[in-house]
Write a protein that binds this ligand. Structure first.
Ligand code: PBG
Length: 304
């Protein structure tokens, strides 16, 4: 009689790739998550694939940051190197790359800054360049998370022009300006130096606007659309599933993970049961794919 079933096959595991060798630095606010150098990420990728998780999404922590986020499209950047190495050693693992500038800019914003303001249109070219460099390295799919208007189209055109017509785009289409990203910013070292992301990410109070954002991204060429965060936005996940005929992804973000881990550590909740209940609820709401830091923990239980 069960209507919803959860499987490791539904899950995408986020990884943080950094420079150097033999590095595996724990992320304090996200127990069980690490910043890893390419050699360690490859080992990790083998373990992830052996657990039945079909896909990972890569975030990069570059050695140097600058105003233009040039590390984002450096062919020798951590993400580009990690994609190459993973596809070489674990070719069956589907590798997605996060396309954004915030991990690479000195100011920590997702776009170019002029007079303390994020400039939408000049940013598009850089995002397209980043996506092409990921595709060149061998990425199976690119996932723009910056929330600049028009970036899906810019990326689609750039990929097509370079012959990457087969590389799909998963767009972070309905991405809210959320406090649930707090721990991620420690993990990716991407806290904005000034201001916040409210001029380009969505107002948590808006539900209908999410459908407009998703519609525009699909028109621009998004193959999969994402709602982010997941748990406080299950109504949006459900609407997305009802309104559109494309796969829906939901991002169970860092803050959602840390809350459960912290309360679990204190013995206040049954961490494993809560984790499965949360992931099941995201699937029940309509998500076809779930990006989650719980992927390995959940797969270990689901594989039993
Ligand atoms: C980059 C990006 C963020 C997350 C994914 N991509 C942070 C942000 O927008 O501030 C958050 C993921 C998480 O919290 O787990 N733009």
């Amino acid at each position: 009689m069960r209507e919803t079933s959860l499987s490791p096959d539904d899950l995408i595991y986020p990884l943080f790739v950094t420079y150097g060798r033999n590095i595996r630095t724990a992320i304090k606010s996200m127990p069980g998550c690490f910043q890893e150098s390419v050699d360690r990420v490859v080992k990790h990728a083998k373990e992830i694939y052996s657990l039945g998780i079909p896909s990972v999404i890569l975030f990069g922590i570059p050695e140097h940051k600058d105003k233009k986020g040039s590390g984002a499209y450096d062919p020798q950047g951590p993400v580009q190197k990690a994609v190459k190495a993973i596809k070489n050693k674990v070719p069956e693992l589907f590798v997605i790359t996060d396309v954004c500038l915030c991990e690479y800019t000195s100011h920590g914003h997702c776009g170019l800054i002029e007079k303390n303001d994020v400039k939408n249109d000049p940013t598009l070219e850089l995002l397209a360049k980043e996506a092409v460099s990921h595709a060149k390295a061998g990425a199976d799919m690119v996932a723009p998370s910056d929330m600049m208007d028009g970036r899906v189209e810019a990326i689609r055109i750039a990929l097509d022009n370079r012959g990457f017509t087969d590389i799909p785009i998963m767009s972070y289409a309905a991405k809210y300006a959320s406090a649930f990203y707090g721990p991620f910013r420690e993990a990716a070292e991407s806290t904005p130096e000034f201001g916040d992301r409210r001029t380009y990410q969505m107002d948590p109070a808006n539900r209908r606007e999410a459908m407009k954002e998703i519609e525009l991204d699909i028109e621009e060429g998004a193959d999969i659309i994402m709602v982010k965060p997941a748990l406080s936005y299950l109504d949006v996940v459900s609407d997305a599933k009802d309104f559109f005929n494309v796969p829906v992804a939901a991002y169970n973000v860092s803050g959602e993970y840390s809350l459960v881990k912290a309360a679990g550590k204190l013995g206040w909740i049954d961490e494993k049961r809560i984790m499965i209940e949360i992931l099941t609820s995201i699937k029940r709401a309509g998500a076809d794919l779930i990006l989650t830091y719980f992927a390995k923990d959940a797969a270990k239980i689901l594989n039993k």
